[in-house]
Design a protein around this ligand. Sequence first.
Ligand code: NAG
Ligand code: NAG
Ligand code: NAG
Ligand code: NAG
Ligand code: NAG
Ligand code: NAG
Ligand code: NAG
Length: 491
Amino acid sequence: MKFRSSPLDAIAGVSILAMVCLLRAAPQELLRGFEAAPRPSASAFQPLLTDPTGNFSLSLLRVNGTMLALAVVHVRSSQPLWVADPDRPARWSDRSTRVSFNGSLVVSDPSSGVFWSTGTDGDRVVLLNSSNLQVQKQSDGDGGTPVVLWQSFDFPADTLVENQNFTAAMSLASSNGLYSMRMGSNFFGLYAKFDGISDQMYWEHKALEAKAQVVDGAGAVYARVDPDGFVAMYQNSSVPVDVEAFNSFQKRIDSFLLLRLESDGNLKGYYWTGSTWAMNYRAISGFCELPSPCGPYSLCSADSTCACLDNRTEARPGSCSAPGSSDFCGGGGGPGSGGFSVLRRNGVELPFKELMGYVSASSLDECERACKSNCSCWGAVYSNTTQFCYTIDYPIQTLVEVADETKIGYFKVKPARGEKGKAYGVGFRVGVLMWVLIGFVVACGFGLVGYRAWRRRMRLKGHLADENGLAAGPYKDLGSASFRSIELSSR
Ligand SMILES: *[C@@H]1O[C@H](CO)[C@@H](O)[C@H](O)[C@H]1NC(C)=O
Ligand SMILES: *[C@@H]1O[C@H](CO)[C@@H](O)[C@H](O)[C@H]1NC(C)=O
Ligand SMILES: *[C@@H]1O[C@H](CO)[C@@H](O)[C@H](O)[C@H]1NC(C)=O
Ligand SMILES: *[C@@H]1O[C@H](CO)[C@@H](O)[C@H](O)[C@H]1NC(C)=O
Ligand SMILES: *[C@@H]1O[C@H](CO)[C@@H](O)[C@H](O)[C@H]1NC(C)=O
Ligand SMILES: *[C@@H]1O[C@H](CO)[C@@H](O)[C@H](O)[C@H]1NC(C)=O
Ligand SMILES: *[C@@H]1O[C@H](CO)[C@@H](O)[C@H](O)[C@H]1NC(C)=O
């Protein structure tokens, strides 16, 4: 699934040759009645249908070894270019999962039903040489030109290939589901879902309108990767309202291009060199400008290293904060009161502050108060020079370290899950202690009764020797044992 070449290149080469042989056998159209099941022996993907060039195939793609996705893959690199997005994943099992065509292309399981379907009533499935998968219906009129009922180009996953139109009705989603790309009225933007509700834009590319203007009401703007090495935005003419060039622009690289929204939130362009995918475009060039390169509650330094906002150094992203994404509303003592501690840090800035909302505040205190009293606010960054107060309405992510110490961050911190556990532990230990004490008192009582009875007997027998040892022994043991258990339980 990665573009990087691996040390297993030789093995990969052999399996690709084997795959190419298999592909020869894969048909160029699927008709009604087609049915296939995953083969246990298939390693990376199992082709069902190939395009006329043999460069692409509709395949069953293995995901995490045991799961299955229906995908259009680039054969030589096993790179998925399109993936069907089912509500739940299907299993790589020849006993359960079926892919069939009955007018609809369907992924199903006899016991748990339909995972995914095109919901069409077509005659055939074809894969074009552009990698576009289509369900077509034969038409009687119009010279027999088939009608396209459904095409994969309208439902991209994380990748756009050259000549694929990206409209306002579509979105790209990174494979981890955190980031998305969408069209606006005259721009395309990248958005992050840092929690269930937030939808923060972190990168925007506006149309420059150098050759043509965006006209209100003259139709939606869409984007397309051009094989000549750029991504262009169009309104309703073939003259683009914007051109964003790839590095390969005008170098006449005659090769297949794609644009992919990566799981770190970056948007990258690649071209196929004949043996590998080479990167020739990236929307975000600085590591610290990515939406959350170091994870929640972290700090990214100019030398691209990560640390925690609270000065603990971190070894890996995500180690700076306790998990949990619900805001500070509800529960506790009501909005804004309690339920969090505060972390302050000077010399910090938001990585995409020009895309964030702010209010003017005459002082740091005013800025902090606005956030403190608002339970959906997670933090604020105040600039003493501009008096801008940026409020953050999603769990705090990576901030950028700046030399300017008058830029001050105020961050709400949820009590760590560990502290809750500790509270439980304390309660538990107090309980244990209580029982130990009760046991001690009871045992002591019985012990005393028993001891008196014994002494009485001893006295009666006239044997008073070793009185302390015998009497004190068990008493002392019980005492030390109970102290030991108190020690253990308070550890
Ligand atoms: C498609 O196949 C041709 C001919 O084999 C090859 O030159 C070209 O690099 C392939 N393109 C891709 C994207 O694999
Ligand atoms: C095709 O199969 C699916 C799943 O079994 C079913 O829901 C659908 O109605 C069928 N479509 C047609 C046109 O028969
Ligand atoms: C792809 O197919 C179209 C028409 O279907 C054709 O004009 C074009 O030359 C083909 N491209 C390649 C690379 O085969
Ligand atoms: C993309 O949009 C253009 C202009 O509307 C259209 O001519 C072209 O057929 C579309 N391409 C695809 C693959 O849908
Ligand atoms: C972290 O360290 C910096 C520089 O050493 C200091 O200015 C800052 O107050 C510290 N922050 C916290 C939260 O301890
Ligand atoms: C609280 O913060 C949210 C998110 O920042 C904002 O949308 C809302 O308007 C704020 N409410 C008040 C009363 O300031
Ligand atoms: C912030 O600005 C005020 C007034 O402009 C100034 O008195 C104060 O020293 C500044 N604080 C910092 C930390 O620079």
